[in-house]
Design a protein around this ligand. Structure first.
Ligand SMILES: Nc1nc2c(c(=O)[nH]1)N[C@H]1C(S)=C(S)[C@@H](COP(=O)(O)OP(=O)(O)OC[C@H]3O[C@@H](n4cnc5c(N)ncnc54)[C@H](O)[C@@H]3O)O[C@H]1N2
Ligand code: MOO
Length: 410
């Protein structure tokens, strides 16, 4: 039996597997919301400045600060400036009621908030010859200057940026309706097992529902991947091979998927469908010194990169988080790596010798971490309560309460 491979060595192998000539350099234009979770293909320069005009940060009075000496001044109230209006220039000695977001009139250089005015309420807009007493202010106070967020022509987002809510919000603020994105990497995801049923079917003795498909497709979609599902494969290797062949069949020399991920059928049972289906392919099945997620398959099926994750749901999630997700981050810059923190254990822990253990836990507001469930890789409920992966290095077998561990925030 081969010696277990270290977690780092297996991650390197996954990086190498996926680092070949870029499978897909094509780009596509997507409407903004459909670009969510995808990667910007080009450097994007701002077509306009933000803010596009100087505007008020407060409800108050737009003034020329030079009109108000240190001990304040009474100014004549000008026509009000609501948000959305293009105001008249401000005359000397006047103060214009102005609302948050409204354009600063020419001739004004500061805003005095309404709370600091006397009286501290806006006059009736119909009333004529009304005065207001205002304190001194300095140029620029409560003014949001044109281009103070980004200037027209400046780099708004570099190529390679992951488009999340904030980035799409920026594109919308710039008036854009679509984005040119990298055609996402396409993954064929196949869950396997005679015992596994689609959720929604009626559960008969000995069967369980497929959680791996949903868990991994959700993980992959969050990382911006395009996921193709085949339905659950039973334990017949010939049928699984046929399914894989159908999906990798070349079109004009182009593979239809960039990566195959399977779950289950990789360990030492009598019916290991994935192992059997890969006979004759350049695929290794090997133990990685990690728990859960020990048994792993890696290689190429008909030339297409292949990863075989073990069948237990938590093993699948941990395999994804420990190998595929970091490899994508390293190669493509997206998704962003999981935030890494240190946290204090609220309880003592044991860990098997020679294996990097990845437990699931909840990082609490005081910086400590509570384990959710035990080490078992079938504990999906405990996983669903967790917000972090808790790492216990392979050379550590005992940790006392209060010990510091590395956690990855999910
Ligand atoms: N004699 C040994 N037995 C096992 C070993 C070992 O080293 N020697 N390793 C154990 C470990 S660790 C793992 S992990 C599993 C890996 O097994 P497989 O990848 O072959 O997966 P299966 O046997 O098909 O399934 C394992 C487990 O997961 C459940 N499962 C499978 N698919 C799904 C799915 N889509 N959704 C939800 N649950 C699923 C399946 O019913 C099994 O309970 O092997 C151990 N055994
Ligand atoms: O490695 Mo298995 O994934 O512990 O259950």
């Amino acid at each position: 039996m081969s010696l277990p491979r270290s977690v780092a060595a297996h991650r390197d192998a996954v990086v190498e597997l996926l680092s070949g000539p870029a499978a897909n350099t094509a780009t596509e234009q997507f409407p903004l919301l459909e670009a969510l979770g995808k990667v910007l293909a080009v450097d994007l320069h701002a077509p306009l400045s933000l803010p596009p005009f100087a505007n008020s940060q407060m409800d108050g009075f737009a003034v020329n600060s030079a009109d108000i000496p240190d001990d304040g001044a009474k100014l004549r109230v000008a026509a009000p400036v609501p948000a959305g209006a293009a105001p008249e220039p401000l005359k000397p000695g006047f103060a214009a009621p102005i609302m948050t977001g409204a354009m600063i009139p020419e001739g004004a250089d500061a805003v005095v908030p309404i709370e600091r005015a006397l009286p501290s309420t806006f006059p009736n807009p119909e009333a004529e010859d009304v005065d207001v007493l205002l304190p001194a202010t300095t140029p620029g106070t409560y003014v949001r200057h044109i281009g103070s967020d980004i200037g027209e022509g400046d780099l708004a987002l570099p190529a390679g940026t992951f488009l999340g809510p904030a980035q799409l919000g920026l594109l919308a603020a710039l008036g854009l309706t679509s984005a040119e994105v990298r055609k996402p990497m396409r993954v064929l995801l196949v869950t396997t097992g005679d015992e596994v049923l689609e959720p929604g079917q009626s559960l008969t003795p000995g069967k369980i529902y497929d959680s791996n498909g949903t868990l991994l497709e959700a993980s992959m979609r969050q990382s911006g991947l395009d996921v193709v599902r085949t339905g659950i494969s039973d334990d017949d290797p010939a049928r699984l091979r046929a399914v894989l062949n159908r999906h990798v069949a070349s079109e004009d020399g182009q593979h239809r998927v960039d990566l195959i991920v399977t779950t289950g059928g990789v360990s030492k049972g009598a019916y290991e469908v994935v192992r059997q289906a890969m006979a004759g392919q350049h695929v290794d099945f090997l133990p990685v010194a990690m728990q859960p997620g020990g048994p792993q398959g890696i290689g190429r099926f008909e030339g297409v990169p292949f990863l075989g994750f073990p069948g237990n749901p938590v093993s699948c999630l941990v395999s994804y988080e420990m190998f595929l997700r970091p490899a994508l981050s390293q190669i493509h810059g997206v998704p962003a790596p999981r935030p890494v923190q240190r946290a204090r254990l609220v309880e003592p822990l044991h860990s098997p010798e020679g294996k990097h253990q990845v437990r699931r836990g909840t990082v609490l507001p005081d910086g400590s971490v509570r384990m959710e469930g035990g080490a078992g890789s079938h504990l999906v409920h405990a996983l669903a309560r967790s917000n972090a992966l808790v790492h216990i290095p392979s050379d550590v077998t005992e940790l006392a309460e209060g010990s510091e561990v590395e956690v990855w925030m999910l």
